[in-house]
Design a protein around this ligand. Sequence first.
Ligand SMILES: [Zn+2]
Length: 484
Amino acid sequence: MKLRRAAAWLLWWAIPVLAWAQQPAEMKPVTDRLAASIYNGPSVATLGELADGIGGRLTGSPAYVRSTEWAAAKFRSYGIENVKLEPFTIPAGWQRGTATGAMLAPLARPLNLASMGWAPSTPAGGVQGTVVVVADVAPEGLKSRAGELRGKIVLLDTTRIYADGYGKALPKMEAAWLTFQKAGVLAVVFADRDKNNVLNAHSVGWGAKLLPLPAAEIGMEDAKLIQREMERGPVIIQFTIENKTSGETTVNNVVAEIRGSERPEEWILIGAHLDSWDFGTGAQDNGTGAISVLEIGRALMSLGKAPRRSVRLALWGGEEQGLLGSYAYTQTHLDELDKCVAVLNTDNGAGHPKGWKVEGREDLKKAMQPWSDGLLKDLNGGELSTDTTYDTDHGPFLLQGIPALDLSVDMTHYFEIHHKSSDTIDKVDALDFKAGEAIVAVTAYAIAQNETPIAPHIDHAAVGEIVKKAKLEDLLVNVGVWKP
Ligand SMILES: [Zn+2]
């Protein structure tokens, strides 16, 4: 009797465990074919077409437009029929022109300088003025300094301004621009954070809005020199930037769909941003991610039979200006997000892969574990991390309560190239790149094919808990994508 009861207990527990454990094994013959197709596939050559053939793809620029047409044609060449360019608008278009600058006094020497993204051009002949450091942009203090700021060039001490986090500083910075403008500040300069006067392409605001004043970044050592010279006396600098700007601009996301073979109304989405900054050719930020999405489309089509659920393949614009394309998608497709089973994003470079970030969701981590152990471990993708960020395009989906996964890779060397002129294809390790692609492909297939959804959607309050725990509330509220 005792033995029978024990056996019954064992059976009771073993059945669900076996069901879990068997699913990855059942899918393995197919996912092995998928991974093999990726490893033997043309991703490196395709990345060459994008990074070297089209180059940097600043959102809204002619190069970005070319990249969307190129990507749509690629999807079609793989036999995917449902391919669309889906438009959204950004407040302003911006393209970089030329930038030169120099310290005039006390030393005469050139400055390593570039325009800040979405900065207007300087007046003809440039701006020239004495440098004043502003380390606190609290409105009252800044207004009391208005007289002192007139006709000057402000060097913003961003280390102090962003000390309490970027999100908290955002509204203060927005107000500060207007105070500077009213006070008659000529221009604003920022010190870059990287040594050797290396410059990182970036903008200071959120959402592709034109800055009210000309703004430039200066190499770290140059900025330090300016500050040391200021202890000895006034420092005069001069700079000229010429950019092309336009008003509200339409930008396209590229979205392709492979219809599911059994439950086509349910879908998963694999996404990566196609836009890049313009110093380099956007090879790893995010050429490798974008090519992964294309490659997974090609490899899935090569299987001959689609998984149960539909797979949407999305290439976003406007990521670098604040996840604008993916956010727009969640708003345009709001009424069908309940049918989205999961979102997989890849945008952390092509370092040696680790696995997935499950964005704060312990339940998703638990649900993913059998797949990580059964299918992804052997591909170098078995790790699961609950780290939560709003730094790339899984973010808007996370806020909708959708299970959102972001590919996790070794980022030790990523910031040596990130947003820099060295973000070029020669830094891409083909094997690490393909390993990352294979992990995304296999995970996507497993989630799209599995009998039950990987994890449920969570409600607003539960998302709020994740947002709070990750200390993202200030940022999300201040950029207008979240109401607690
Ligand atoms: Zn990126």
